[in-house]
Design a protein around this ligand. Structure first.
Ligand code: SF4
Length: 389
């Protein structure tokens, strides 16, 4: 690996391993600012940034954290991310956060928000109840009120007003970041051997801890450096779309396993919150209203978002078509209600179009990949055999 690319990957790996938020502490020491954490998937990070604070994405402890106290807070038959997030907090690893936002993705996150309020009464906590009605007069008006209240809260926490001009500047900063992410996803779809998903995921994860300006610079450097790596040559593998990973993230080893099993991932729903808004948000006019309109009209389709009847699965078929995918792998966290309840509808949509698919479950701390490797390898082989036939 060339030296510059190696440095970029090492930097992203350091941030991936930074469960104690050392990078956030360093940012706070350097700027004197505050930091606000948020759970997956969508919160309006622009508002936090405009308040002069650092938005910090929290996605649990992955496979690098021993759960000692976190298990006592939850029953065994739910996903893993809430127990590792509680573990991170109880062990002091999240002490750098001055506040925490819990977006309304599912009941587990809702309950976690209540626990936080009881466990850390001195810290700012807000449950961000995103609308499921996309009519501007109903869901739009509601979301506007929520954003106004969130802005008021952040002004109190940050000790300064969040003016329209500051919010416009933050929207522009995040437009740049989303543009770089879209470029990276397009580049990976065209040449997945140049931008392997296990590496792309590290680059994306850095966006949870870095200020958006620094994350955009990291992505642009990576986009430029990865193609210079001479060893990265096209190989005969199956092109697949990964679905179900929008909240609890899989261990990196699982993504590596899929690649070693003969799959090129050409699209995925990992870390969806960083690319929830699909296009640029206008910076002219009322910036709060622009955030509202972006949410109503430019949100990415996913399991936790309301879709009118008959449209479930349309986005997945479009992703398969746009990325020239040959199959779909449903890979969801165990006990993830949003992902697993949506799966039959997505499967039905794929079967109507004869798109091959397979499914397995994981936990963020899954450590054994032999079965997944066999299953993904068999799936990849069968796709290639069918396409030759
Ligand atoms: S992994 Fe699924 S069930 Fe668990 S918190 Fe996330 S969305 Fe909810």
């Amino acid at each position: 690996m060339n030296r510059r690319l190696e440095q970029l990957v090492q930097r992203a790996q350091q941030l991936y391993d930074d469960l104690g938020l050392d990078a956030v502490r360093a940012w706070k020491d350097a700027t004197g600012g505050k930091a606000v954490g948020h759970l997956p998937i969508y919160v309006p990070r622009e508002l936090i940034h405009a308040a002069g604070m650092l938005p910090v994405g929290i996605v649990g402890g992955g496979d690098r954290l021993e759960i000692i106290r976190g298990d006592a807070y939850f029953q065994s038959y739910i996903c893993h991310i809430p127990r590792s997030t509680i573990e991170l907090a109880l062990s002091g690893r999240l002490d750098a956060l001055d506040g925490m936002l819990f977006p309304s993705i599912c009941d587990v996150i809702r309950n976690l928000s209540g626990m936080w309020t009881m466990l850390f009464p001195e810290r700012y906590v807000r449950y961000v109840d995103v609308p499921q009605n996309y009519d501007p007069r109903v869901g739009g008006a509601y979301w506007r009120r929520e954003l106004e209240q969130l802005r008021d809260d952040l002004e109190r926490l940050g000790g300064r007003p969040v003016g329209d001009d500051a919010l416009r500047r933050s929207i522009a900063v995040y437009n740049e970041n989303r543009r770089a992410i879209r470029e990276l996803y397009r580049a990976r779809s065209l040449r997945p051997w140049v931008y392997p998903t296990s590496e792309l995921h590290l680059m994306m994860r850095a966006g949870n801890l870095l200020p958006p300006e620094d994350h955009t610079a990291l992505l642009r450097d990576y986009l430029a450096e990865a193609p210079l790596e001479e060893d990265r040559r096209e190989q005969d593998r199956s092109r697949v779309v990964l679905v179900g990973m929008f909240c609890e993230q899989p261990p990196l080893g699982l993504l590596l396993t899929l690649e070693r099993a003969g799959c090129w991932v050409v699209d995925d729903d990992l870390l969806l919150g960083l690319r929830w808004i699909l296009d640029d948000i206008p910076t002219a006019g009322d910036p709060l209203e622009n955030l509202v309109q972006a949410f109503l009209e430019q949100s990415t389709p996913t399991a936790s978002r309301y879709e009118p009847d008959g449209k479930r699965g349309a986005w997945l078929l479009e992703s398969v078509r746009r990325n020239h995918a040959e199959g779909v792998i449903f890979s969801a966290p165990s006990f993830c209600d949003p992902a697993l309840l949506e799966q039959p509808m997505l499967v039905a949509a794929l079967e109507r179009e004869h798109v091959p698919h397979t499914e397995f479950k994981y936990s963020e701390d899954t450590g054994q990949f032999a079965v997944i490797r066999e299953q993904a390898g068999t799936f990849s082989d069968s796709i290639r055999l069918w396409s030759e036939a």
